[in-house]
Design a protein around this ligand. Sequence first.
Ligand code: AN7
Length: 355
Amino acid sequence: MQPRKYEGIIKKYREFLPEIDDEFIISINEGNTPLIKSRNVYKIINPDIEIYFKYEGLNPTGSFKDRGMTMAVSKAVADGSKAIICASTGNTSAAAAAYAARAGIKSFVLIPEGKIAMGKLSQALMHGSVVMQIQGNFDDALIIAKEISEEFEVTLVNSVNPYRIEGQKTASFEIADELGKAPDYHILPVGNAGNITAYWNGYKEYKQAGKIQNLPKMLGFQAAGAAPIVLNHIVKEPHTIATAIRIGNPASWQKAVKAKEESGGLIEAVTDEDLLSAYALLARTEGIFCEPASAITLAGLIQLNKRGFFKKGDVCVLTLTGHGLKDPQNAIKVSSEPIVVPCDKKSVLKTMELI
Ligand code: AN7
């Protein structure tokens, strides 16, 4: 029987998730995010295809990480853990901090110094995490977090924790439930590569359960300066404006390659310039504000479309992984400055070009 009220992804998709007793579930009603059909931008790109945005920025902490975190923290609580740790480019730390706060346990987060969007930093601090800015990058921080979790009683909640992937796959279920099928293409940003792995697992499990008959091709995109999977080697000093995906040695590397190969998809790189223009284009044509890393999906779709990749009637779902308000500084950078106007009606009308 369906629960009467919506109470998060674990209760909604219990039959597909690891077992957990109600008393241990730590949820902030994550999931159930909107699948928004493109009204304008598809016409500019290719009027013959359908584009949908899975707006994961509307999760409780503003990113898709909440789906994995509800599962990982609930399991940690069920196992009696009193503390969690993660390395993060920002969104994982925000989710870990929030779910730990709700669970009443401690959280420790390691973030790369100076390379995290302000919104995310404020979340980790606000929820009472012990926030450590490491003088290194995400990959360095993940090694330290992993070692500490192996040596001390602190649960690692990065996506190497299998429960994270389990929770995140529920986004595929929601999309399939809504469309009544899998899309032809599913487009995602790739950083640590957990999410593309999770989505592919989700679609496969749904097909096996007879909920859908088809599977999508998985299309993943990395920032050109942080594209280890595309280059097929570790990137020692990854760089991109999209700090969320500034990762040079993804934990789920092989699983992402498997998702690409099994589905007949691809993983490509996109320049910062192209991802920033897609970021602004989306906000200005659809009214949807996502963070730079999320906009790589639209930039990737545009890149493929220019090569004549899509055919008439193709259905593409793009996961917009995080909310635009996470990173106001980049939003302001790609926009025009506010106009300073003297405090009188005439000046305002002049600026409006009405007189
Ligand atoms: C907005 O928060 O790795 O390929 O530590 O924040 O599953 O890693 C974030 C990743 C895409 C990439 N979009 O997903 C972290 C972290 C946004 C993100 C990704 C991230 P994965």
